[in-house]
Every structure is written in structure tokens, then in C-alpha cells.
Design a protein around this ligand. Sequence first.
Ligand SMILES: [Zn+2]
Length: 463
Amino acid sequence: MTTAWALDQADDCILRAAFGCYGGTAAARAAAVHVVRRVQATGRGCWILCDCRPAADRPPALVPVAETHIRRHLQAGWPQHAEACEFFREPAEQAVISASYRPIHRSQVRLVRSFEVGPSAPLQRREPASPANRRPQLARLLIRLLTEAGLQRIDPVASKPPSVGEQLSPLWRAARGLSLDRGVRVADALCMSLAKLPGLMEQITAAPAKAYPRTRPHGLLLIRLNEAAAEKLIALNGQELPVVGRIALYGERPRDEPGPAVSARSPYLALCILARPTPVDPVQIHSAYVHPCASMGRVMLVDSDLERETLSILQAFQWRMARRHQAVVTIEKPMDSLGPAVAEDGTPLPPLIPDFVVTARYRDGKERRVVVETMGYADEGYRGRKRVLHPRMGRAAGAMAVLEHDFHLPGHWQQEWRDNRFKRLLWQSLGPEELAAAEPAAARQPANTIGDAERGAMRTFPT
Ligand SMILES: [Zn+2]
């Protein structure tokens, strides 16, 4: 017979601080010894079970060892912890992951290895990229190009919005400041249209090995996509682009279940490496990183379909503020962490990346800023992590509040009411002061639904 009982909350916190991915200092481990000892003293085979995978046949287990520490039980038949669980990674692994979400500043980018040191043929695979994993180099380059070109930011426009070609043109300037190898600027080995792809492939084919002394001749294709399939990418015009190696597709997975990526929908923006996979092969698409973008007409990267809905509300707000109140609203979608990867005591910190940062500037010079978070999941673990991260996110962004655009709670509301509540919070926080009390009728909702949930959706904190 087996029995199970719940660890009390104090012991739970002690174990997380000692052995979770955001803990692990010597002091925290020493403080956890008495808890491990007590569990182990209960009897042989007394394990600690984790509640991060409620739908699994068995829970993930942690085994006490030598009355001092616990190890993750990774044998057949026992599931891994959920990606979002603090016991999914060791602190040392998490430190590397968190560091990969920090912005990079060096001008040299190394994407492929020279044939002398690299393995010959790349492995063909398609895999999800998610915040639980290290950000790939190709993703970091794409994000850097878009951020430096100002494409992760939307300013109000007087007339019609810029075309995709106009949006992409500042990217060349960013690409001139980066190099793929000694003397090879990204701008000289980049193409952004299928029409120019054959020319770039010929250029790479003809390049002598000594032109790329540290890598091998290669280049980059930046393109919008309809789809990322198993072994190929499908461009907007339907053209299929086979990929010989890895396709990494950004998309958040469900929080407590393994499985395919969800929330990622076309259109996408993809950055692809063009190179010979082996010395005897022709130049091909070697690997690709694929990330959803805001819309057919806007290349700004977004993390999910729900973020697109939040963005459309923000753009409508931006337009009305410019039109009716002569206030300039800027919408930014940061992609890099605003905080350090490691705390002062050496423990890793989770990446701090707000979904949107929205700033309103008035003609009298007054400026107000909020962080906007798309709340895409209902589970308590997700909500709990957001409760911890939001105040830190707000402070790091210099914002006065974090506004939540909720897609799940309150559960008995229609989505239209939740959208209206979010609009009202936006007007209250960033709108003209005379409007803060009397918000526009469009942002009002049924009076009987305003309760605790209403107050809970906006958190302010001392800055
Ligand atoms: Zn777990």
C-alpha cells in the first residue's frame, strides 16, 4: 500500500529554493537538509511527487538522497516535469537558458562551422522553440535585426501604414553593422525576396573557402511564410522551400502537457541559413528559424495569435489617442529580457520580457507608460508565475502599471466583456486625465459583472 500526503507550503518553498531552477545556492541547500532528512526518515522509498503534470498517469518524482539532496527521477515509466516547472531544469542549465534571452551587442555572428570542425551532414528535424529552451543563435540574429531596424515598435502614422518593403528597408542598415565572418557583412550575404534567392545562392557557390576563414561560405534568406511543414517552408506565393537541417518554430506549448506547439499561426517571418550541408553538396537552405509575425502587412514579431488580438486593440487605442487627443502613443514589443540573467546571490532569474510596452506622450510633455500582458492560459501555475513576474517586469520597463488582457478569466464572462475591461484599463491608465473618471461608452460593460476580478486585473506597485 502506498500513501501520499502534501508537503506543507513552507517545506515546498524551501525545496524549490534549494533545488529548483531559480535556486541552488549553498545556503539554500543547507537550509533544505532538515526537510530532505525528515522525508527520508519516513521510510525507504519515500519520494516527493510533483503536481506539475496533473494529466499524466503518474506524477514526476524527486528522490531524496543521502539525507541532504533530492534528484529528479528519470527512469522509464516516470514522466519528466512540465517545461514550466521549477524542477524541469537544474540551476546551471537555467542560467544558460536565461542568458540566451539577454540582448547581444557584439558585431560578429557565428552561425555555421567550418567543414574542418563541424559535423558533415545536418540532422533533418522540426522542433518547437519556446521560452523553456535556450534561444537559438538564428533566433537571436533575427530578433536583433528587427529590433535594431525599429520593427518591434509601432509609432502612430499620419497617413497610410508603410508597406512591407518600406518596413524592411531599415533592416539593411542594421545588417551592415554585423558580420558573418571576417570581412563578410550580413548585408552582403542577405536576401529578402525569392526573386533574388538564385543570385545569392550562386554567389555563395562561387565564394572561395578562404573568403570565410572561420566558417564556410554561407548567406541568409529573410522571408515571410504561410507554413512551416516537416521538411520544408511554404512561402506566401505557395512556393515550397526544402530545408535539409533544423526548422525551429516558435510557439508556446500548453503549460502542463507535452505535445505539439500551439498558439503559433501564420503568417510567419523566417530567417534561413543558405550553405552547403557537406563539401560535395550544392548550396541549399541549411536550417531555419520561424516566428509568427503580427499580420500580412506588418512584420513585427509576436508570440501568439492572442497577442495579435491584444495588438489590434492597442493600435485602435493609438489611433484614437492621436486623432482625438493629439497624444502620441508608441507600442513596443520587446523580444529580449529587460533584466539580468543571474541575481546578485548567483541564482538564475527567469527572462523578463513584457508582451507589450505602451507609452503615451502628451503635448504638454507628460508621459505615461504601462506594460500590457496577454493572459493566454487559465491554469494556476501560469497565473502564479505571472503574479511574481509582473511587478518586476513593470519596474524594469519603467511602467506605472501592468495591464492584463485576459482570455480566460473571469470564466463566466464573454470575451467581448474581457476585451472591454482591458480597453477601459488602457484609457484609465494612459488616456487624458479628464477621461480617467468618465471613460468612453465603448469601453463600458454590464454593471453587475464588475467585482473583485475587475480590481485584480490591474496591479500597481511602487517604482
Ligand atoms: Zn514538476
